[in-house]
Design a protein around this ligand. Sequence first.
Ligand code: NAD
Length: 361
Amino acid sequence: MELNITCIPGDGIGPEIVAEAKKVLDVIANQYGHDIHYTDILMGGASIDVHGVPLTEEAIATAKSADAVLMGSIGGDTTTSPWYKLAPNLRPEAGLLAIRKALNLFANLRPAILYSDLRGACPLKEEISAAGFDMMIMRELTGGLYFGERSTTEENGVRKAVDTLVYDENEIRRIAVKGFDIAMKRRKKVTSVDKANVLDSSRLWRNVVEEVAKDYPEVTLEHMLVDNCAMQLVKDPAQFDVILTENMFGDILSDEASMVTGSIGMLASASLNDTKFGLYEPSHGSAPDIAGKDVANPIATVLSAAMMLRYSFDLDREADAVENAVKQVLKEGYRTVDIMSEGCKQVGCRQMGDLLAERIR
Ligand code: NAD
């Protein structure tokens, strides 16, 4: 298969972690008979330094012409970097918002997995973490409260602020379809999270999700109120497979779910549009404090590349091979500094990439 991938190394540790993900992808291509073509584009601070803007039209066109985008991370030290003296629309993060918009990436996927060999990092009680968990949070990314009309006014000396939460049924349907499609590749359970006891937008959400569920008879659908979901995530995270939810609830719940894994350097993510196209990136930032030191954990980026194989290219066997290599290396006791624990062997970013590549071979 031909895989045309646009890479965005970005800033900070971005170039280091993307290099290791490419190393792993190259071994996959070699083992399974695929041809990968990479094209790099600049985004964030790296683009500001060269072009004066965080993302050029040309870079967007290159990304659009690819099958998928693999990104490291963008941004610098927000207190010291000169990038943050620029107007907000010229700062590194503006590039990320611009590319998400240009590529119409409305579905955000964040897996939260507790690896058995990293159980010690989980902040939950041992009797809960012992069960392990492996869930996918699916968050609507381009609608809802963050995109509705807003205003701040003052009447008779009283300040008032309004934000509006709007969803139409098409926006809900397309993310629900994605959620059920993803569940079909997993344990076939969708928990749709809303606040239908209070919000009209949630009642519409629930109705449309139920309509979509009729096309997926193999998938079990349950509804859960968002406040209950926030509790269940720390009480019994093993119950979840796919959590499907709107923008703001997903923002909060995905951070909660990732924190219960305890390891920021392990968290992959993907943002998809209504085709097979997606942008894949680690959930963490550009970690300027450790950039260039060969200590960053590349696993979140490597696992994002595995998601790309699975969701953009339908290469499930290859994605499994990458994920199994990660489990194997952890089992053998290799750790980067962020996940280091007593009795394990500490390795740098490049060596972790080498180990993963070797285990796939
Ligand atoms: P961060 O995620 O970059 O770092 C938080 C802490 O985690 C730091 O101590 C860092 O060293 C550590 N860390 C992060 N990733 C790691 C890895 N792979 N291996 C080992 N340790 C790791 O968050 P921050 O410091 O708040 O932000 C730094 C910059 O990243 C800012 O400019 C921010 O805007 C940007 N950012 C970018 C993205 C993105 O590109 N999508 C996301 C979040 C933050």
